[in-house]
Write a protein that binds this ligand. Structure first.
Ligand SMILES: [Zn+2]
Ligand SMILES: [Zn+2]
Length: 347
């Protein structure tokens, strides 16, 4: 098989050829058709997350490692104990796989397992033309979803779905989405599909705000404009119950948290980085609830795929590029030059 691999954090990806793995036991071998490029691939490629103040969270990565966790492909071989799966089936891979044995995994939150075996981080991901999935329960079958879009439901779709779920219930104009990149766009679609509301969207980039309005945002607000907060209060009547921050920067949180009503939830999803700087007395006085949301559970994925397969989630813009252009694609994503999502197509 062929894989574009990171030889060492920060270095350009290299094309390597190696033996195609043979699935055993419950394992399933999937041939990658398309793999979404995610903003967290930028961070995983750098090998660290920015913690603010010059501090970094280093990731324990193998060397070399193969990125890509938004995998859509075709089942090509099954281990002798694999069931509920047939060769030739087209599948989306749920990559946030836990150890399967701890209390966290048993509670259903495999994505929060301390010994996680995430495909595309610790295990070979979709920048390889074949991936091994440990069990067929991690495979989801899309119906009527184009190949270049399907994989994005395993990360950006799932991340948006799980984050929005934490802020529910909603009423009209009670949801603020901060950041209209790929995941924020998914958030708009899922707000419509799962909660039947059109969110208010905040972004510093006018092109992204225009796209958000096209995708169904009820209003698009640039936080650098002087009257931005006033405008949001007019729209929400001061009753915004949840803001979902798909940027996760010091600036986005500083602005976004002030859009909320008392008792409102601030849900941080984006991994841009930095430190939380919030005046402490305002947390009790305003009864702020600051939550983190990280991808989503297998159950969230199941619920999301029911909405997707029912045709309820409108597609977000996805740009397609050949996998051979992966280095340029990573650079463009890092520089904020991608509108919506980017999908890498294998040949
Ligand atoms: Zn991702
Ligand atoms: Zn576990």
């Amino acid at each position: 098989m062929k894989a574009y691999q990171v030889p060492s954090p920060g270095l350009p990806l290299e094309l390597n050829e190696m033996e195609t793995p043979k699935p055993s036991g419950t394992e399933v071998l999937v041939r990658t058709i398309a793999c979404g490029l995610c903003h967290s691939d930028v961070h995983i490629h750098e090998g660290a997350f920015d913690l603010g103040n010059g501090n970094k969270l280093e990731l324990p990565l193998p060397s070399p490692y193969t990125l890509g966790h938004e995998i859509f492909g075709e089942v090509v071989e099954c281990g002798e104990d694999a069931n509920n799966v047939t060769v030739g089936e087209q599948v989306i891979v749920y990559p946030w796989i836990g150890c399967g044995a701890c209390s966290i995994c048993n509670s259903g939150d495999e994505h929060l397992c301390n010994a996680g075996q995430t495909i595309g981080v610790l295990k070979t991901g979709g920048f390889s033309d074949h991936v091994v999935v440990p069990h067929s329960k991690y495979l989801f079958k899309p119906t009527n979803v184009p190949a270049h879009l399907a994989g994005s439901y395993a990360c950006s779709g799932l991340t948006a779905y799980s984050a929005l779920k934490k802020g529910a219930p909603y009423h009209n104009n009670s949801m603020i989405i901060v950041g209209a990149g790929g995941v924020g766009m998914m958030g708009i679609q899922i707000a419509k599909a799962a909660y039947d509301i059109n969110p208010i969207v905040v972004d510093v980039d006018q092109a992204k705000l225009d796209a958000a309005l096209e995708q169904g945002a009820s209003a698009a607000i640039n936080p650098t404009h002087e009257d931005a907060l006033m405008k949001i209060f007019e729209l929400t009547g001061g009753e915004a119950s949840a803001a979902i921050d798909f940027v996760g920067s010091e600036q986005s949180v500083a602005f976004g948290i002030n859009t909320l009503a008392k008792g409102g939830k601030y849900i941080i999803v984006g991994l841009f980085g930095g430190e939380l700087k919030v005046p402490l007395p305002m947390i009790p006085i305003m009864e702020r609830k600051i939550l983190g949301s990280y991808v989503g559970s297998p159950q969230d994925m199941k619920e999301l795929m029911e909405l997707v397969n029912a045709g309820k989630v409108d597609p977000i813009p996805v740009e397609q590029r050949p996998i051979s252009e992966v280095n340029a694609a990573l650079a463009d994503l890092k520089d904020g030059k991608v509108l919506g999502r980017l999908s890498l197509i294998h040949d």
